[in-house]
Write a protein that binds this ligand. Sequence first.
Ligand SMILES: [Zn+2]
Length: 485
Amino acid sequence: MSSSDGILLQRLPTSISSVLVGNGSSILVACHGHSILSTKTSNFALNNVLVVPSIVQNLLFVRQFTRDNHFSIEFDALGFSVKDLSTGRVMLRCNSTGDLYTLPQSNTSPSALLAASSSLWHQRLGHPAPAALDCLNKNNSTSCNKVADCICHACQLGKHTRLPFSSSTTQTAAPFELLHCDVWTSPINSISGFSYYLVILDDYSHFCWTFPLRRKSEVHQHIVEFVAYARTQFGLPVKCLQADNGTEFVNNATSTFLVAHGILLRLSCPCTSAQNGKAESTLRTLNNSVRTLLLHASMPPSYWAEALAAACYLLNRRPSSSIHSEVPYTRLFREQPTYDHLRVFGCLCYPNLQATSAHKLASRSTACVFLGYPSSHKGYRCLDLSTRRIIISRQSFLTSLGFPLQTAHPLPILPSLISWLMTLWILCLALLTLQLPRHRLGLLRRHHRPLRSERTLSSRPLLHCMLDRAGVVPCPRQVPQHLRL
Ligand SMILES: [Zn+2]
C-alpha cells in the first residue's frame, strides 16, 4: 500500500474501494497499479499496489512480495534478508532499528520512477507536440511505459493550424544578446484583474518570461527590472530589444532608459507585425497552451493568468524545434531541468496545512485545485476551493482523480447534448402518440382531471402507456387511487 500514486508505472481502476485497518475503521482506496522497487543489486516487482492516500507509511505485504518475486525473506533482530528461493543467495540485506522492519530509501532510477503513459506525460507537460515528448524520452528525462495512440480532445479544441512566420536570420551567441518582446491583450480580465501580458523571449536560449499586466504602461517597469535581473543573476548585459511599434515600447521613458544602458531598440515596420515573428510565434504557442490547459481542466477563461504561468514554466522545460530540439532551460541555466514534480494542471490536490492548522485536531489539508508552480518557491500553487485563496505548499498530494472545477463549469458540449436528448425524447413521444390505439387513449382521457395544468397532464398518460407496455408499472387498475390521473 502506498499513499501516493507517484510510484505507479500505470494507474489502474480497482474493485477494492476500502481497506480495514487495525482500529476497525475503513480507509478509501484511490486506485491500484504496478511498481518496481529498485535497489543497488536488483529490481523487485511490486504488483497490485493499492494507493491509499490517508496512510502515513507505505506498507509491503510480505507474502505477495515473496510470491511475485520468487524470493524468501528471513527476519532477525537486526533486520531482514531477501534471498533467492532456488540458490539461497542474499539479494538484499536491510538493517533497521525500532519496531518496524524498514526498507532503505529507494534508489530507483529516475526513468523508472518517472514511468507513466505518454498520454499522462502529454498532460503533465502542458500538451506539447509529440516530437517534444519523443525527444524527452530519448534523453531519458521522462519514461513512457505505454504509448497511448489517441487524440487529445483538449488539443483539438485549443490548438489550430500554425501559420508560417518569417524566420529571422539573426544569429546570437549568448543569452540576452537579443530579446524579442510583445504584449498580448486578453478579451477578458483574469480573476486577479489582469488584462494583458508581456512576453520576453531570449533569442539564444528560447527561454521565455511572461508578466501579466493590468495596464500596458507597466511594460516600462518590467523592462527596467528585467535588465537588472539579467545583469545580477547571469552577469550578462541585455544588448538589443526587438519589439513592434506599440506605444508601450516606443515612449520617452523606455527610449531614455535603453539609450542610457546602451541597449539597441529594433522595431518592426509599421503594420508589419510578422517582422516581430519570434515574439508573435511565442505568443501563439503560449496562447495555444493556455487554451488547451484551461479546456482540459474545464476551467473558465478567467483563469488565463494562472494557466499562462504554468504554460510558460512547461514551455521552458520542453525541447524546442527552434534550437534543434534542445531544452531552453538547459541552454540558459546549463543544467537539466527535473520532471518528477510535474503534475496535471487543474487537478484535485491536497496541500499539507499542518503548520497553519488551528489546533491538533483540525484538518491538515483541504481540497484544492492545482494551479502550477510558484516562481519564488519550490512547491505547488493551489487554489482553496472553500476560501478562494491561493496556498503555496511544498508538500501536496496531487491526484489524478479529476478536475474540481469541472463540475462547477461543465463543458459547453453538455448543455447541447442535454437539449439534443430532450429533442429526441419529445420526438419519441410524438411518434408513440401517433401509434397509440384509439381506445387506449380514450381510456386514459377518462382519468383526466381538469384542475391540473394541461402540460403536466398531457405527458402523464403517455408516460404510463409507455411504461405499461414495457411492463415497468402496473396497469391503471393496479395503480393506487391517490396516484391515478
Ligand atoms: Zn493535449
